[in-house]
Design a protein around this ligand. Sequence first.
Ligand SMILES: Nc1ncnc2c1ncn2[C@@H]1O[C@H](COP(=O)(O)OP(=O)(O)OP(=O)(O)O)[C@@H](O)[C@H]1O
Ligand SMILES: [Mg+2]
Length: 234
Amino acid sequence: MLQVNDLSAGYGDIIAVREFSFSVEAGKIHALVGANGAGKSSTLMCLMGLVEQKSGSIVMDNLQISNERIEKRISAGLAIVPEGRRIFPDLNVRENLMVGGHIVSTSIMNSGIDMVYEFFPRLYERQTQAAGSLSGGEQQMLAMGRALISRPKILIVDELSLGLMPKVVDECYEVLKKLKSESIGILLVEQNTERAFSVADDVSALEAGNLFWSGTAEQARTNISLKEQLMGIT
Ligand SMILES: Nc1ncnc2c1ncn2[C@@H]1O[C@H](COP(=O)(O)OP(=O)(O)OP(=O)(O)O)[C@@H](O)[C@H]1O
Ligand SMILES: [Mg+2]
């Protein structure tokens, strides 16, 4: 569904990721792992048109979106839960969700908000509360909810579990599993590689902007040298 070929992206003269190819299928979770600075976030942000693409192609359902604005990419079926959540602290929960629905019709937005409240009842309870006063876990739920309002075919998630308590992490992963069962494809960046490998179908590992390993999650789970490399042991 999402096909990325030879993607290079960066900032001016800095190349953050080089000639990276991968795909995300409907109903599959593709984990993107690697050390700090490996180029994971740059890759995700480039898919959304928020970091400069230097070369390569990004194709969503046979539609080339490489040079499109973010709104067009959202219409094509992409949505992102960015690193650090990036919620609007002064807006309330419902208003933050409405930001995620600004390109869709009011009826789709309203049904999307209802769907998000079903996924995350806690957001419903807090819908008039300022988002900045939510706990870290609730803010991550809000960031996920906001991304789901536009009914993405592919959900891009940067650092799902960072800074969250285990129970909240479990809740967020339950949502990923539910989305997967609804044939949504997920591109997941996760510090906790064990956790990522346990839910993923496919894995790509980056090091200093280069793909150094790719394969199935099953292969990744049993690959000790890959794990050592990811932990910086080798
Ligand atoms: N705004 C920016 N301007 C210049 N260089 C940047 C910018 N953002 C990131 N970089 C550089 O791009 C490279 C990749 O960074 P990126 O944030 O994509 O890594 P990452 O894999 O997401 O790391 P982390 O695990 O720490 O989030 C790094 O060398 C980083 O310094
Ligand atoms: Mg990052």
